[in-house]
Ligand binder design. Sequence first.
Ligand SMILES: Cc1cc2nc3c(=O)[nH]c(=O)nc-3n(C[C@H](O)[C@H](O)[C@H](O)COP(=O)(O)OP(=O)(O)OC[C@H]3O[C@@H](n4cnc5c(N)ncnc54)[C@H](O)[C@@H]3O)c2cc1C
Length: 430
Amino acid sequence: MSDDAERFRAITLDDLTMPGGWSVSSGQVHLYTPAEQRLMHEARAFAHREILPRAAEADRRVAAIKAGHEPGPERRRLLREVARAYLKLIGEAGLTGALFPEAYGGNGRGVVAECIVDEELAAAGHPGDVIRSVSLTLGTISVLRFGTEAQKRRHIPPRLAGEELSGIGITEPQIGSDTSRMQTRAVLHGDRWVINGQKRFITGGGLADYLTLFAITDTATHPHKGMSAFIVPMDHPGVTISRQLDEVIMADWMDNAWIEFHDVDVPRDSLLGPLHGGHRVLMDELDTERVTYCASSLGGARRALEVAAEYSTKRVQFKQPIASFEGVSFKLAEMYAWLDAARQLTYRTAKMIEAGAPAQRESAVTKLFVADAVWKIVDHAMQVLGGVGYTTDFPVQAIFRNARLMRIGAGSDEIMKFLIARELLREIKG
Ligand SMILES: Cc1cc2nc3c(=O)[nH]c(=O)nc-3n(C[C@H](O)[C@H](O)[C@H](O)COP(=O)(O)OP(=O)(O)OC[C@H]3O[C@@H](n4cnc5c(N)ncnc54)[C@H](O)[C@@H]3O)c2cc1C
């Protein structure tokens, strides 16, 4: 290339060797067992080889489906195909089963292994990955922990194989953080539950075959003592997607639905867990959800750091690679430090949950800290990339938008602080 051509050549993502070319995570050697390290390398190699090359194509496919189809059944059918193909791919590679025993089609490796896989898959940035974590963690972990044997055998194997998708229905138009005000009701008539209400912001709601749905079953007591969980088929008469929400965050991802339930009557055995025990089901699910959400977000943040670090060694301004300016290299150092600390917390809490220890406060601490760290890492990455970071030529803008959601979804920053303070004050008061 002539000097002139070189001067005007912009660096593209293809000029960077990441991810997988080098790793910012050498400290992980001391954090993981040898088996966990092997899993990490396998998952990273798979993500690099099989997912990364498909991710951009899948992004384009999702965008084309959304551009070519109004919200409705056809659009949902096509998006469902993208999500299922992704889940099938990773399911065949044995990457969907860490949280589930072999009896239900999993590999039972545990919560730490799940977090390792979450981080590696999320780093590859496939649009189906959000559906993976919603379907397999949020929607299915409570089936494993609280379901009957029949429910587990019926729902878990097809979900791990990508043949059945699930979502989770907690949030309503009138209630978000305060689940004690839940309006959705389920009433037992003979041997059928009749459900009425609305759920809003349901990730993958339009793609899901089943929803793990929370509803009030006893209005005479405190809602936390009168809430139950159900497994509800989404093709049931009375279930309607009243709006497909295209959020700013995850706009190029899959699907977010506002769902109405009008006299949806499901069999008695659709109840998931104990009658009126739904709050326990929800709290148990949330601890695991929060820590796996942290692991996925670490994956995005790590990729942002990898992209920014390598870009900074290639981008020349004032006749030097920008990495030679402390204003840039110190940002990289901070990003690394935040990532490292966030990782330690995530895996500490994952180990607690795996060991069956109560971890509500630790999950809240982890989610609060990791959400802040990830947000700052990705903000720095955007700054290091300058203008190109803001374009869709680089993945940082998408990671940036997803990172912002982490401070709201699965319990906002403020709710995490509320949970931590409540436990702290309880202890102080004895
Ligand atoms: C993209 C996306 C995907 C989602 N996916 C799902 C899903 O799959 N399933 C599902 O059920 N839900 C889902 N949600 C909903 C999400 O969990 C809620 O948005 C979240 O819990 C916050 O509820 P809210 O939006 O109603 O905000 P609100 O509860 O109305 O809160 C608004 C603001 O007030 C603050 N606040 C509220 N109470 C307090 C308090 N006591 N002290 C201090 N501050 C307080 C909040 O922190 C927040 O800043 C999703 C949301 C989004 C945006």
